[in-house]
Design a protein around this ligand. Structure first.
Ligand SMILES: [Zn+2]
Length: 315
């Protein structure tokens, strides 16, 4: 059954729904990404492409890629920015960085793009990640998560812990507006997390959290934005903030994945608002005011995420 049209009025310019993407930069290079972004540009999507501030150690981390230290890549990202894409933050580099390195990489970001990043996500290979691993969850849900992951991620991440040598939470609060936590399998992210962007008083170094829909590789992405799902997103007047890695299977030397291209062309023909993550979240914040998550809502969100993680395998 369709939702009433009250949600439709959330969007400006008479748009019926919103759709955007946060592209995690893991494995990202100009070569792998150019054709994907050329397609997005041509179809009128303006999304968020994340980056790393500096080149890391090639011997560390599994998912290295190009960074702001690579001139060709930097110029290509600047060109994307000039076309209206947003550049987001994915940490200093592809492996763990200390507080000073994070601050320097953020300075580099601001120097290149003219401002601090609006939207950011943790990189799992970086131990300075903030409220990550078991710290994403509260109470018994953290215990369940730690048991499920055999305590692999318990105590691993220290970006939010004062006194830890990886602490940079105060810098995060000063310089970054939106941070991602939970992802869900549904295309309508706003249905899964209707109160985003939200502040969580238990996780105060993040100004506002946002959720995302899980499209971490091309198969998951295509599944999430299938024809029926697109139609439902439109009917529900919702918003999809897709989380993905565009360097993971979306293109090869022959071009862009055909199913992805077909689905994006179909979506582009709809009356959607296709703006970057920061613009979409700013709009929700302006429209509805700042929101603080309640204990009951936190519990609902965390339980749903944990359930999907166990039974669907969301990230
Ligand atoms: Zn990553």
């Amino acid at each position: 059954m369709s939702q009433p049209s009250t949600q439709v009025s959330l969007w400006p310019e008479g748009k019926r729904f919103a759709f955007t993407v946060f592209d995690d930069t893991d494995l990202g290079t100009c070569e792998k990404l150019r054709s994907v972004y050329a397609l997005l540009d041509k179809l009128g999507f303006r999304t968020t492409k994340s980056c790393w501030g500096k080149r890391g150690d090639p011997k560390s981390g599994k998912y290295s890629g190009e960074t702001l230290d690579d001139e060709q890549y930097r110029n290509w990202i600047l060109d994307l920015q000039s076309k209206g894409f947003e550049i987001g933050w994915h940490g200093a580099t592809w492996h763990t960085a200390r507080r000073r390195e994070v601050a320097e990489a953020l300075d580099r970001f601001a120097e290149v793009f003219g401002h601090d990043p609006a939207a950011a996500t943790n990189h799992t290979g970086a131990r300075e990640s903030i409220y990550w691993g078991g710290h994403r969850l509260t109470g018994w849900r953290r215990t369940v998560y730690n048991l499920l992951t055999c305590y692999r991620n318990s105590g691993k991440y220290g970006g939010h812990i004062e006194g830890n040598d990886l602490f940079w939470g105060d810098i995060c609060r000063q310089r970054i507006k939106y941070y991602r936590n939970f992802t869900f399998r549904d295309i309508n992210t706003l249905k899964a997390c209707p109160f985003m962007p939200y502040h969580d008083p238990l996780r105060p170094y993040v100004n506002y959290w946002f959720a995302a829909s899980d499209g971490h590789d091309v198969q998951t992405f295509n599944h999430c934005i299938g024809e029926a799902e697109q139609d439902r997103l439109e009917e529900e007047g919702g918003a999809c903030l897709m989380y993905t890695h565009f360097a993971m299977g979306f293109s090869d030397p022959r071009g862009v994945n055909p199913r992805f291209e077909k689905l994006m062309r179909r979506l582009a023909k709809k009356n959607g608002w296709f703006v970057p993550v920061g613009v979409l979240l700013d709009h929700l914040l302006d429209r509805r005011g700042p929101r603080q998550i309640t204990a009951a809502k936190r519990s609902g969100l965390e339980t749903r995420w944990l359930w999907e993680k166990i039974f669907v395998g969301t990230t």
